[in-house]
Design a protein around this ligand. Structure first.
Ligand code: AMP
Length: 116
């Protein structure tokens, strides 16, 4: 198993420092180390699934928990009313680099269009 595969588990365990925004029994949220917007927070389920599809089929309740935590992060960060974007990158063309599913919560400013 490469470092990339275990990075978020080590962050959740406190072995690697992170700027925590929110935590509950099933999810952990912390600031992205290379923010792509004024607010850029990652929401990670504590139990590891490789990507959104595997999480959705393996534990739908945990996916609902991730969505709920994304909403809580938006409220904590004061962007729930101004609007925000939630992104799950999956594999190569999307540029996924950490294979422990995570939601990017982005906002705090007008976001550009995305895609190509
Ligand atoms: P993805 O490319 O969707 O797999 O997203 C992985 C994200 O993890 C990237 O946006 C990275 O900037 C972020 N990242 C990598 N290492 C850390 C770290 N130690 N703390 C916080 N964010 C990290």
């Amino acid at each position: 198993m490469s470092d990339a595969e275990t990075l978020f588990e080590r962050i959740i365990a406190g072995e690697i420092p992170s700027d925590k925004v929110y935590e509950d029994a099933t999810t952990y949220a912390f600031r992205d180390i290379a923010p792509q917007a004024r607010v850029h927070v990652l929401v990670v389920p504590k139990k590891r699934y490789r990507n959104l599809a595997e999480l959705a089929s393996g534990d739908p309740q945990l996916l609902a928990d991730v969505a709920s935590t994304a909403r809580k992060v938006a409220e904590i960060e004061g962007i729930a009313e101004s609007g925000y974007r939630v992104v799950f990158n999956t594999d190569g063309d999307a540029g996924q680099t950490v294979f422990h599913v995570h939601a990017h919560v982005l906002g705090g400013e007008q976001l550009g269009h995305f895609g190509r």
